[in-house]
Design a protein around this ligand. Structure first.
Ligand SMILES: CC(C)(C)c1ccc(C(=O)Nc2cc(-c3ccccc3)nn2-c2ccccc2)cc1
Length: 313
């Protein structure tokens, strides 16, 4: 497995080490959700108590994988289990007594990943979907802000845990019922969204369109580089899921990022939000980037103004 180095915790972290072991007989598989390079993802029903059950996503690790992949698996599970937040995908535990395949049991978010959701509920939907199934109602501006506020809340939590994600993007957020949005993924982005990644030399596949200059040039990933990526994720939200720099090749993007060219304001994005949040996430000097707490406050305040009709601009 290309070691998802961003699982390396930059701090001691609160990983309490106690990971719940879920017996195989409490899981009833329903269907396959997707397939990654290192295993498949399934939808299943988890009988988590005598009288209740819940739908879960099960990420399996292929049996014949190298030993260090297994170590990664255990380490990943430990780290995922250490996060508890309403905007972070919940990790229920692992199941190791199955037919030898290792499994992670995660929260199931029925609307899938945020990028796909934005595209299916925006102007591009008519291109993507057959004519008759065009979504009548695009996501409203309130909806877009509701999504942005939830992602910012999750990001603020990760920053408070000194966790460096290294691949913040709409494809790595999930959507549940009544527009619940959480940060989290099943490790399939490089398979499903391969054009979002670029191989620089011998390096791993990197999401260059979401990366700041210091990450592209020096491969330095920090909480501040995650803030830059959050700004790009906001751009994805307000463009209903367009690919950043869609007119450029990955190589051209690298040149642009080095020359500090910035993404333009999406038409539906209020000017004040573009200036006080997006551009503030894209400061060249990492230390000058707006902290996630401040972004969350600005976005929440604007959403409240939208709701009670007191929006100034
Ligand atoms: C937001 C939280 C903390 C919940 C989080 C943080 C990081 C990841 C993550 O890093 N995902 C991730 C990438 C790859 C990955 C696969 C192949 C190549 C390169 C990277 N695997 N996973 C993966 C592994 C096990 C369970 C689920 C996701 C997820 C959530």
């Amino acid at each position: 497995i290309e070691n998802p180095a961003y699982f390396v915790r930059t701090s001691t972290g609160s990983s309490n080490g106690q990971i719940r072991h879920i017996p195989r007989h409490l899981l009833v598989f329903q269907r396959e959700l997707g397939e990654g390079a290192f295993g498949r993802i399934y939808l299943a029903k988890y009988f988590d108590s005598q009288e209740t059950s819940r739908m879960v996503a099960i990420k399996t690790l292929k049996e014949r994988v190298k030993q260090d992949t297994v170590v990664d698996f255990e380490r990943e599970a430990e780290i995922l289990a250490s996060f508890q937040h309403e905007n972070i995908v919940e990790f229920y535990g692992v199941c190791l007594d199955g037919d030898k395949e290792r499994m992670m049991v995660l929260e199931y978010m029925e609307e899938g990943d945020l990028n796909n959701y934005l595209r299916a509920h925006g102007p591009d939907a008519s291109i993507l979907l057959p004519r008759d199934s065009v979504v009548a109602n695009y996501l409203s501006l309130n909806d877009l802000f509701h999504i942005a506020v939830q992602v910012a809340n999750g990001m603020q939590y990760l920053a408070s845990q000194h966790f460096v994600h290294r691949d913040i993007a709409a494809r790595n957020c999930l959507v549940g019922d009544n527009l619940t949005v959480k940060i989290g993924d099943f490790g399939m982005s490089r398979d499903v969204y391969s054009t979002d990644y670029y191989q620089i030399g011998e390096q791993a596949l990197l999401p260059v369109r979401w990366m700041p200059p210091e990450s592209v040039v020096y491969r330095r990933f920090t909480v501040e580089s995650d803030i830059w990526s959050f700004g790009v994720l906001l751009w994805e939200i307000f463009t209903y899921g367009k690919q950043p720099w869609y007119a450029l090749t990955n190589h051209e993007v690298i040149t642009q990022v080095k020359e500090a060219r910035l993404l333009e304001r999406p038409p539906v994005c209020p000017l004040t939000i573009y200036k006080t949040v997006m551009l503030a996430c894209w400061k060249r000097n990492p230390q000058d980037r707006i902290p996630m707490k401040a972004s969350h406050q600005i976005l929440s305040h604007y959403l409240n103004q939208l709701k009670n009709g007191t929006v100034v601009e």
